[in-house]
Design a binder for this molecule. Structure first.
Ligand code: CDP
Length: 235
């Protein structure tokens, strides 16, 4: 699709509601860059786990802050999977950051202000020229408050949990539905009640409920919204 103005698209929502899947498909169909900001928080969490900076389930904030300069994150596009993969200090960690021990700790790490400041700065730099679809929790509210299009994705909890269980099985992680639900609920609670940039639905966001929609239907809906906002922003 050829669109003249390359806009910024913010996609926010609760855990596992289909944000990344939709954001990636939308970016691919527009020829835009897709950034999964959650992968960056997961990358920092993986580093903290490896360096034992989380003790008795508590992030050691002082120690983590001292290590922040040693954490280098970047995305590289994998042609075979048509998606960007996260590199932590030059190691491809795309699969490792999806594992349950990272999921169990990531929302705690994401409450740390200095971690958020570092990642938000990097995200703004990646998106400075527009032509980007970024998904996360604070993209429309904090990272790109002036984004031309803001989507807020929702889905009913059972569907979210079943989708996440299937995704995990695809990478060899066998986990019960109850365990998946517990993790999603815990992360939703931490993400929406934290002091620093909590997950909120901003006023100018458009809600897409993915519960009853196929991937193609979600994509078509999003493309319509892009067309509408591209016309509006070039008026
Ligand atoms: O894939 P899923 O929706 O389960 O989560 P994710 O997008 O990979 O994000 C993992 C965690 O990172 C979230 O639960 C948040 O705690 C944190 N996060 C955040 O605080 N801000 C963002 N922009 C993105 C993720």
């Amino acid at each position: 699709m050829l669109l003249e103005k390359r806009i910024t698209i913010a996609v926010d929502g609760y855990s596992s509601c289909g944000k990344s899947t939709l954001a990636k498909a939308l970016a691919n169909s527009l020829g835009y860059v897709f950034i999964d900001s959650g992968a960056m928080y997961r990358g920092v969490t993986l580093y903290c786990i490896r360096q034992q900076l989380i003790q008795n389930s508590k992030p050691q904030v002082d120690l983590i802050e001292k290590e922040l300069d040693k954490i280098h994150l970047s995305f590289k596009f994998n042609e075979a999977t048509a998606s960007s993969e996260l590199f932590l200090n030059d190691e491809n960690v795309e699969k490792l950051i999806r594992l349950p021990d990272v999921a169990a700790n990531v929302s705690k790490i994401a409450t740390i202000k200095t971690v958020r400041d570092k990642l938000v700065e990097a995200q703004r730099l990646i998106g400075r020229n527009g032509g980007i679809v970024m998904d996360g929790r604070d993209i429309g509210s904090v990272v790109f408050p002036a984004a031309e299009l803001k989507l807020f994705i929702t889905a009913v909890p059972e569907i979210r949990a079943q989708r996440r269980k299937k995704e995990l099985e695809e990478i060899g992680v066998i986990i019960t539905l109850d365990e998946v639900i517990a993790n999603l609920m815990e992360r939703d609670l931490i993400d929406s009640t934290r002091k620093e940039s909590p997950l909120i639905q901003v006023e100018d966001a458009i809600v897409i409920d993915t519960s009853e929609l196929t991937r193609e239907e979600q994509l078509q809906k999003a493309i319509q919204l892009v067309k509408a906002s591209t016309c509006k922003s070039s008026e």
